[in-house]
Structure formats: structure tokens, C-alpha cells
Design a protein around this ligand. Structure first.
Ligand SMILES: Cc1ncc(COP(=O)(O)O)c(C=O)c1O
Length: 403
């Protein structure tokens, strides 16, 4: 019998789908904990709060009422109507229920959009630091990521002039994520208008606007690029229930775009997963239209933690951080610390620095390489205040000890 190696059968595509550093650091923390080490982990990007009770109750009631069957692929009409009202009232976006696709998480909305628009060789502009999934999904579709990077001194926002200079005849899509994972940056209405001005000049270009951190903002409200003049047709707005409503495990998101694009996205979804869970969609209506006190309570907790994290990081020499107007992430630039030593170990990359922080000091954070920004590290403050303080204390004494 000849030897059989199933891994030799795998497609090239599988090699593009590597989630990398976040999962690696989270797994490494679990492994060290299992060996008895006291590890504080600020790696994962998910609320540490439970889903508000009235949303849970609605899901249970819907399940009992028989909403346990396949959903229409595009989502139940009642939820799409509620989303259409939400987009108008909160984001000044005009999309009818027929222009909305309910998805299994915002991640699927992004995949639907990219698979619908990007063919082999199409270029997609993404603004680093960015959420790593964008790059992986674009490569998965055969597209070419064009990465433009901004520094901490630019508040991590790539200026519109650099975006204009990167556009070629093959550019199909610009991915925007405001508020941003991992930096917490928020683009103002004026900054979005400067981008829209460039996009409107190009007949073959659209914007994917990922607004999933909409409800975790600390000053004012965000602006949606799809609400700007001439941008309705050119924008796919993606959002979801995971972050603001603490519903990560429920897997519910949505995309809004003009009908031909929405229809294509529905076809992609129909091929891969079909519609999202029915009783979860019922509960999502309660999330949108029910009381928002819990969402506000969580926001205030994140804001207090943001203040703790900023104060802690600003007190460490060699760590640079601007403001964090939104999200539950801090993304300090630690490039001034690279090259320093702990004993014989040189911290020449943030990957090495993060491994050392975890293995020697019991604090897990994610290297910026995972976000297209190798000089920074990401801390998630979706963790208890006690854990955040412990992590800051450990980081402070560890980083100060570097020679
Ligand atoms: C920027 C951004 N977009 C989308 C998602 C995916 O969210 P969902 O849980 O709805 O798939 C995440 C999750 O980490 C995210 O950070």
C-alpha cells in the first residue's frame, strides 16, 4: 500500500487562512495556566460582560414559540426592517429592508462583501494598523491587499492624500474600520468626507465600512461614510451585535448595500451557510428596540478602564500612546524599547517582547505584527479592573527592567 498524506491534498487557499498572533498568544496563555502559572491575559477582543438579560429572555421565548427552523438566507423581514430603522435613526443611512443582509457575525458580512466584489488580482486598500481578518479574507478571495500604514503621531489614521496616491486601475475596494480595532481611532465626518471625495472620482471603487465598535465610543457619536453625498451606492456598511450588545457567541451581524451588491452577498451566504439562527434574529430585534441601559453601563465601564490603561501606559518610559476615543483596545507604540535586553535576550521584535512578557512576567498581550504594525502591541481592556491593574503593574516593572 502506498503512503497517503492528506495534507498534500490541501489547497493553496488554506495557507492564506492563518489567524496568527492573537490566537497563538491566547493559546499560549491557556497552556501556561494549565501548567500552573499565574497569567493575566489581555489578548481577546470580546466583552467580559454577559448578554443583557432582556435579550436572553427574548431568545428563549422565540425558541419556545417555534423559531427553530431555517431562516430565509437574507434574514427575517422583521429584523431587516428593524435594521433599516436603526441605520436611518442612528447612522443617517438610507437602506431599505431589501438592501440589508443579516449574517452569521460581522465576519461573514465582510467575507460576503469581499467574495462578491473581489476577483483574482483586484486590489484592496487597507489602512494599517488593521484587524488582521481583512487581509486574510482578501487573499482568500484572490485579491491583492495594498497596505497603507499610519503612525501613532498621525493618531493611526492614514491621510486621504496617501489613499489617493495608492489608487490604481485595479483598485476595487477600500476597507475602513472606524472606530478601529486595534487602535481605537475614530475618523471624523470631515476626515471621512476627504476620503469620500477621492472615492467618488473612481468609477470602479467601493468602500467597506466596518462599524462594529459603534456603541463603544467615549466622546460623541461616530459618522458613517455611507451617509455622505454620493456614497450610498458606493458603500457596504457592516456592523454586528457582538461588541456593543456583548453577543459574541450568538453570531449575528449584517451588511447594508444597494440591491445588486446585497443580492450577490446573499448568494455567497446561501452557498456557504444559509441564513442566521432564527431565534437569535428575534432576540436581535429586542436588542435594537429594547432598553439600552446595559449597553450604556458597559460603555461607562470600558471608559473607566480606558482611563486606567492610559494612565498606566503613559507612566512607562519608552511607551507611546495617544488618546483612545473608542473600543476596548489600547495600541501603544513600543518601538523605542526594541533592541533592549533582558539578560542575554534581545527584544528585537514585538513578537519576542510579547513572548517574554508572557513567559517571564505572566502578562499576555498581542504583538502588532498581527495588525500590520510591528512596532506596537495590543492590550484588550475587555477584562476586569483587577486584571487590568495587575497586567499594567507587571508590564511596568518588566519593561522598566529592560537594559
Ligand atoms: C473590527 C472587527 N470587525 C468585525 C469583527 C467580527 O465580529 P463578529 O463577532 O460579529 O463576527 C471583529 C471581531 O473581533 C472586529 O474586531
Amino acid at each position: 500500500m502506498t503512503s497517503f498524506d492528506p495534507s498534500a491534498l490541501l489547497t493553496a487557499r488554506t495557507r492564506t487562512a492563518d489567524e496568527g498572533a492573537i490566537i497563538r498568544m491566547a493559546q499560549k496563555s491557556r497552556d501556561l495556566r494549565a501548567k500552573g502559572m499565574d497569567v493575566v491575559s489581555l489578548t481577546v477582543g470580546e466583552p467580559d460582560f454577559d448578554t443583557p438579560d432582556h435579550i436572553q429572555q427574548e431568545a428563549t421565548a422565540a425558541m419556545k414559540a417555534g423559531f427553530t427552523h431555517y431562516s430565509p438566507v437574507q434574514g427575517i423581514p422583521e429584523l431587516r426592517a428593524a435594521l433599516s430603522r436603526k441605520l436611518k435613526a442612528e447612522n443617517n443611512l438610507d437602506y431599505a429592508a431589501a438592501e440589508i443582509c443579516v449574517t452569521n457575525g460581522a465576519k461573514q458580512a465582510i467575507a460576503n462583501a469581499v467574495l462578491s466584489l473581489i476577483d483574482q488580482g483586484d486590489e484592496v486598500i487597507m489602512l494599517a494598523p488593521f484587524w488582521v481578518s481583512y487581509e486574510i479574507t482578501v487573499r482568500f478571495a484572490g485579491g491583492t491587499p495594498v497596505v497603507l500604514a499610519a503612525t501613532v503621531d498621525e493618531d493611526y489614521k492614514v491621510p486621504a492624500s496617501r489613499i489617493a496616491a495608492a489608487i490604481t486601475p485595479r483598485t476595487k475596494l477600500l476597507i475602513l474600520n472606524s472606530p478601529s480595532n486595534p487602535t481605537g481611532a475614530v475618523w471624523s465626518a470631515n476626515e471621512l468626507e476627504a476620503i469620500a471625495e477621492i472615492v467618488r472620482l473612481h468609477p470602479r471603487m467601493m468602500v467597506l465600512s466596518d462599524e462594529i465598535y459603534e456603541y463603544i465610543m467615549f466622546d460623541g457619536r461616530m459618522a458613517s461614510i455611507g451617509a455622505l453625498p454620493g456614497m450610498r451606492e458606493r458603500t457596504i456598511t457592516v456592523n454586528g451585535f457582538s461588541k456593543g450588545f456583548a453577543m459574541t457567541g450568538w453570531r449575528l451581524g449584517f451588511a447594508a448595500a444597494v440591491e445588486p451588491v446585497t443580492r450577490a452577498m446573499v448568494r455567497m451566504q446561501g452557498t456557504i451557510t444559509t441564513g442566521a439562527n432564527q431565534f437569535v434574529q428575534r432576540a436581535a430585534i429586542a436588542a435594537l428596540e429594547g432598553p439600552r441601559e446595559e449597553v450604556e453601563r458597559m460603555r461607562l465601564r470600558y471608559r473607566a478602564r480606558r482611563d486606567m490603561v492610559l494612565a498606566g501606559l503613559r507612566a512607562i518610559e519608552g511607551v507611546r500612546i495617544g488618546s483612545i476615543p473608542a473600543t476596548f483596545y489600547a495600541f501603544p507604540d513600543v518601538s523605542a524599547l526594541l533592541g533592549r535586553k533582558a539578560g542575554n535576550h534581545v527584544m528585537d521584535t514585538t513578537d519576542r517582547l510579547c513572548d517574554w512578557l508572557l513567559e517571564e512576567h505572566g502578562v499576555a498581550v498581542v504583538p502588532g505584527t498581527a495588525f500590520g504594525a510591528p512596532g506596537s502591541i495590543r492590550l484588550s481592556f475587555a477584562a476586569s479592573e483587577a486584571d487590568i491593574q495587575k497586567a499594567l503593574d507587571r508590564m511596568s516593572s518588566a519593561l522598566k527592567s529592560l537594559a
